[in-house]
Design a protein around this ligand. Structure first.
Ligand SMILES: NC(=O)c1ccc[n+]([C@@H]2O[C@H](COP(=O)([O-])OP(=O)(O)OC[C@H]3O[C@@H](n4cnc5c(N)ncnc54)[C@H](O)[C@@H]3O)[C@@H](O)[C@H]2O)c1
Ligand SMILES: O=c1ccn([C@@H]2O[C@H](COP(=O)(O)OP(=O)(O)O[C@H]3OC[C@](O)(CO)[C@H]3O)[C@@H](O)[C@H]2O)c(=O)[nH]1
Length: 387
């Protein structure tokens, strides 16, 4: 493997990374990249390992086998956590409940997972002088300032009313009874705590705010590799509808807007943070693709077209159906209206820019979904329902 140098031309020494939540969607892609392209070691912590099984098994069979160790543990209640952080140069915390269907139906679990359970991780890093990269979310911005202007106000088109900037934009959440914001609020408080540990105790930290990273292995397909009644994030919900040849469900008209970034582009940004601590420490980074903005309705239409292309199956005549948020998510749901990340800070500090268009990222992701799930779905549909 060629010697790696950082953005300032200095050699990068091999690191030991304690990655908490390594078995999830982002963790699995980060582990893959670290194993394939770097000499770094990963202590992979999670309660699940299915998404990184291909990196761990067969034991000893891969060129990286001695550089990745899986530790099955729940950070809520495992005394091994501090020791594993102490053994590492860097801790990356990805562990969280981060599915909107949970925020208003399991608000306590959501708040505990995103704030209380993250506390010991911050404390152990601070007390042991270990660097921390913590995964927050674009949801900390909540709603845009523009969403409070009259519908026909020309100011709504002005970037200062909707572009989300790490060091300037306010965090605007709905009332407490809209429990959707339990997640964003818990993430905001842990960000503030990490920032304060940096300011008062010298913790070296980087905070990542992902803006809808999507790609293979995101969440689960209900009834195939996850609970039949489960509600994953939108990519997996729409993939499930497409695989079942049923209309895609548009919540409250599908008018909310999102920017989607390809997981492989986003992982490049995280690699730059890992290997350039002098440029990344003390910063909060938006990581998203401002060029890939669509309404949820447009996303549904594009996914329908792409899926038809990659599967060779014709689309339904009526490919979408409207559903209320009350019916789909239950009481207390609310939504972010629009999410355009400002890219100035990440561009200046790390020179990172996303590359992949929405069409291209959907083409590779839906090709993966079709290859991985279409056959299993056929069999599941053909099987008579259990009594
Ligand atoms: N994917 C995105 O677009 C996105 C957007 C915003 C924020 N984020 C943040 O990025 C992080 C990772 O997200 P993801 O999409 O990979 O989610 P994910 O659900 O796929 O991964 C999270 C992983 O953490 C593990 N985990 C949760 N609680 C744990 C505990 N107590 N002990 C041990 N392991 C635990 C889960 O088992 C899971 O494997 C989260 O903090 C999330 O809030 C992701
Ligand atoms: O079947 C469906 C599912 C969802 N929607 C709508 O799509 C929008 C996006 O939903 P989703 O991807 O599930 O989640 P959010 O973007 O709202 O929130 C996530 O953003 C980042 C993160 O922090 C972690 O991933 C998480 O909170 C939304 O408007 C849904 O209502 C739909 O119409 N149909």
């Amino acid at each position: 493997m060629a010697a790696r140098v950082d953005l300032d031309g200095k050699p990068i020494k091999p690191l030991t990374i304690c990655m908490i939540g390594a078995g999830g969607f982002i963790g699995s892609h980060l582990c893959e990249k670290l194993m394939a392209e770097t000499p770094h070691k990963v202590l992979a912590l999670d309660v699940y390992s299915d998404k990184i099984k291909h990196l761990l098994e067969p034991a000893g069979a891969h060129p990286w086998s001695d550089r990745i160790q899986f530790h099955r543990l729940n950070i809520k209640n495992d005394s091994r956590l501090e020791g594993l952080i102490k053994m590492s140069d860097l801790t990356i915390n990805l562990a969280a409940i981060c599915t909107p269907a949970d925020y208003n139906t399991r608000p306590l679990d959501t708040i505990y997972s995103n704030f209380i359970d993250a506390l010991p991780v911050v404390k152990y890093c601070s007390e042991n002088n270990k660097r921390l990269i913590h995964f927050s979310t674009c949801e900390v911005y909540g709603k845009t300032i523009g969403s409070f202007l009259p519908k026909d106000s020309p100011l709504r088109k002005e970037p200062e009313y909707f572009v989300l900037k790490e060091d300037e934009s306010p965090c605007i959440f709905g009332p407490i009874e809209k429990q959707r914001w339990s997640y964003a609020c818990a993430k905001q408080l842990i960000e503030r705590l990490i920032y304060a540990e940096g300011a008062e105790n010298g913790l070296e930290f980087t905070i990542v705010r992902p803006f809808n990273w999507i790609g293979p292995r995101m969440d689960f397909i209900p009834g195939i590799d996850g609970p039949s009644e489960g509600v994953p994030r939108v990519l997996a919900c729409f993939s499930n509808n497409l695989l079942r040849h049923e209309p895609l469900k548009l919540v409250d008209g599908g008018v909310s807007q999102r920017t989607f970034v390809y997981i492989k582009d986003a992982i490049e940004a995280v690699m730059l943070m890992i290997e350039n601590p002098a440029r990344a420490n003390g910063h909060i980074f938006n990581v998203g693709n401002p060029n890939n903005e669509v309404t949820v309705r447009q996303l549904a239409e594009m996914m329908t077209d792409v899926y038809s292309k990659v599967s060779g199956e014709p689309s339904l005549e009526e490919p979408t159906v409207d559903v209320s948020s009350q019916e789909f998510y239950g009481a207390g749901y609310d939504d972010s209206d629009k999410r355009i990340p400002d890219m100035t800070i990440i561009n200046k500090q790390l020179g990172w820019d996303p590359k992949t268009s929405l069409w291209d990222l959907l083409e590779s992701t839906l090709t993966y979904q079709h290859r991985t799930y279409a056959e299993a779905m056929k069999q599941a549909i053909a099987k008579p329902a259990a009594n």
